[in-house]
Design a protein around this ligand. Sequence first.
Ligand SMILES: [Zn+2]
Length: 398
Amino acid sequence: MTKAVTFDNTLAFAQNLIRSPSPSGHEGEVAALVRYEMESLGFRDIRTDEVGNVIGVVPGAGTAPAVLLNSHMDVVAEGDHREWEYPPFAAEVADGYLHGRGAMDIKGPLAIQTYAAAALAGRAPGDVIVAHTVFEERGGLGMKYLMESGTVTPGAVVIGEATHGDICIGHRGRGEIEVVIRGVAGHASAPDRACNALDLVPGVLDVVAEFSRGQAEDPVLGASTIVATGLDVLPESRNVIPDRVTVVLDWRVLPDIGTEAMTKCVREALSARLGTVNEEFAIDVSMAMESQCTYTGRTHERDLFTPGFLMDPSDPFVRVAASAVGRRSGEGPAVVRPWTFATDGGWSYGVFGIPTVGFAPGEERFAHTNRERLELDEARWVFERYPDLVLGLQQALT
Ligand SMILES: [Zn+2]
């Protein structure tokens, strides 16, 4: 017997997900819960791919293009449990909110999307694919893999990142860049014999500050920003003059720039300013790399880059989404705006060109904090609006 598609069952599913902590690379338990729920709701073609994404299909009544609903299964670290008003993994319901890590980013919306798809069984003119992905919080390995695999070919994607009931249409991309300064190590008692890599740090920071003032701007997404966020020094001994210092830069870019152009820009800005320094120094600029091991045992060496994207606000597809959803408090279509943070939509539209919008409950200001919560009235409203959104998009695609 299939489970009833009710908001109460959706909430119970979200609570189960929150009670199973799932940092990036450790989504296995949550994936099993998602599979179980899909089975209980009568999904077809349920599968887990090589990197651990879980995909299931609610077959459509016709041959309209598929709509893909996507949330991620990983969550960010919870930090000190004592700093939380409600325990991070208890999934307590209090004062009209669901509390805990992942309540809004993104296990509540994940549950809503899964149940909304089930609500469309036999009603949608095309397939509704639900794909919940891994490693979104570390650059979106799961979504990138899913899109590259070609195993799903949706006509549109809906992302479950918090929109507070609005329709979100894009965001800036994020790249993490490393500027590595190399010198010559030496004993701290004899600086003359060394070439201190730290000596170049002020120059690098000056260049970054100067560079940050000339950033491109978009009327919808706002300005691109670049800022230094970290400094690693090697060797770590405090009586050794270091020969290797890494300055870490966080660059929020507009959608039209890729990783090669990013490193080239920074390299050129640095060499224009620091080109004449002592030849015993060397400066390398590259994207920060991370070795990511999925819970299914696959290791990927990848740069930390999430592409940006922006749908045209006047695109008919966006207008259909906004009027299908409607305004939560008031008349007319939903508010259309970008997100402040990055999402897997950067892959689906930014790189793979599949029309993508976001729709979910939750306020951005609670994401990644120890006050994370999901307002249940808003969650219920979104749950009720989701089927119309999918149907609207599907009709627009045919
Ligand atoms: Zn998220």
